[in-house]
Design a protein around this ligand. Structure first.
Ligand SMILES: Nc1nc2[nH]c(I)nc2c(=O)[nH]1
Length: 265
């Protein structure tokens, strides 16, 4: 099964390189919920392909997610920009969740930028709309994309070099630990209190499995969360997914500018 997953990624990369005008890429960016405006801020795409034309991809199960891969030249770098991703909660299993990252690595990418929208567990220093660099993660999904005795070292899962490069660009950026849960429900207040005790500064439903797959393939990872809500029980307000997405869209323009500067550095 797991070999099929790697073969499927190689065949998707072959189709990608045949169908796109370019056949070598430096970096992959995975744009999370509400991040598509940030992708637009990176510049006009040189090329674009719907993911459903590639082996192993399905139209993302979340309505409003454009399932496409863009080629954007940012400075001297050629980026594969994945608009939308597959989440574990869509019930397709673990392999489709990391298929995009594995396809990018099979296409030669050595750096993966994973963006997401997340809940913030630290209202003491976070507010909605804040970007937070991911310094480390807690994989509480109960899953792992790797099958078999491949013991990947995750000591520096989130590249210290890439994080300091981005912090040089924007010293105001905070860092935090991202906890991934299976979802799709948000946490209870008791679970958020538990996650704070465990050291989580951000809670989400994506990213960590893609990070593991990227590290398994030897790529450097930069992760950025956009705090789009303060997590359950910390503000006395219920969580509204539409408000959450609106906050993400509002801040994503700024994130597009930051990503552009980071890629041009
Ligand atoms: N698990 C979890 N995922 C999220 N994604 C977003 I946006 N907000 C949250 C949240 O509060 N909890």
């Amino acid at each position: 099964m797991s070999n099929d997953a790697y073969e499927l990624a190689r065949s998707a990369a072959d189709v990608l390189k045949r169908r796109l005008t370019a056949d070598s890429f430096d970096v992959a960016l995975v744009m999370g919920s509400g991040w598509v405006p940030a992708a637009d801020a990176l510049g006009a795409p040189a090329d674009e392909i719907p993911v459903t034309e590639l082996p192993g991809f399905a139209e993302p199960g979340v309505p409003g997610h454009a399932g496409a891969i863009r080629v954007v030249e940012v400075g001297t770098k050629r980026a594969l920009v994945f608009l939308g991703r597959t989440h574990l909660y869509e019930g397709r299993g673990v392999q489709p969740v990391v298929h995009g990252v594995r396809t990018a690595l099979a296409a030669g990418v050595k750096t993966v930028v994973l963006t997401n929208a997340a809940g913030g567990t630290r209202p003491e220093w976070q507010k909605v709309g804040d970007p937070v660099l991911i310094s480390d993660h807690l994989n509480l999904t109960g899953h792992n994309p790797i099958t078999g005795p491949t013991f990947v070292d995750l000591t520096e899962a989130y590249s210290p070099a890439l994080r300091s490069l981005v912090k040089d660009i924007d010293p105001s950026l905070a860092e935090g630990v991202y906890a991934a849960l299976p979802g799709p429900s948000y946490e209870t207040p008791a679970e958020i209190r538990m996650l704070r005790t465990l050291g989580a500064d951000l809670v989400g439903m994506s990213t960590v499995l893609e990070t593991i797959a990227a590290r398994e393939g030897g790529a450097d990872v930069l992760g950025i969360s956009l705090v789009t809500n303060i997590a359950a029980g910390l503000t006395g307000e219920p969580l509204d997914h539409l408000e959450v997405l609106a906050a993400g869209r509002a801040a994503a323009e700024r994130m597009g500018a930051l990503l552009g500067k980071a890629l041009r550095a």
